[in-house]
Design a protein around this ligand. Structure first.
Ligand SMILES: [Zn+2]
Length: 153
């Protein structure tokens, strides 16, 4: 395994080789922590490569959804971000029940849709765990990354 590929976000990347997402959720095994992105966290190793491929295919959308989730409450979806989704034919992802919603709501909704597509279908229980973690953790990913650096991962 080599680290030749610089990650898009940070050197503290997901444990899965080739995954462009930051490692934001720790799995402790044998006393050592491995950091996974929220897409790979809890997923069986046999599905890692498929998940990585789906993440890579959707990276601009994942980044756009993350940015929306980080905007202040009651902010409208910025045009540039909406265009990112529309350019991929995924503008509907920003709508909830067919209606326009504030940026944060749209971002979380889009992320939920992306998660379902990326994670192996049928892992609904794991998905719920991820959703709960994301609701509290994903918007403070920078802090989590900082923490993981302090730990020395
Ligand atoms: Zn990952």
């Amino acid at each position: 395994m080599s680290d030749e590929n610089e990650t898009t976000y940070d050197r503290t990347g997901c444990f899965v080789a080739g995954c462009p997402l930051p490692g934001s959720m720790a799995t402790s095994t044998n006393g050592s922590s491995q950091w996974f992105c929220h897409m790979h966290h809890g997923a069986p190793a046999t599905s890692w490569a498929d998940i990585t491929a789906r993440v890579s295919n959707r990276l601009p959308l994942l980044e756009a959804a993350r940015r929306l989730s980080n905007l202040p409450p009651r902010t409208a979806v910025p045009t540039a971000i909406a265009q990112t989704f529309e350019a991929s034919g995924r503008g509907a992802m920003l709508l909830v029940d067919g209606k326009r919603v504030p940026a944060r709501t749209a971002g979380r909704h889009a992320m939920g849709v992306l998660e379902k597509e990326i994670r192996t279908p049928g892992q609904q229980q794991a998905l719920e765990t991820v959703k709960a973690a994301m609701a509290s953790g994903f918007r403070s990913m920078g802090e989590l990354i900082a923490e993981s650096e302090e730990i020395g991962a």
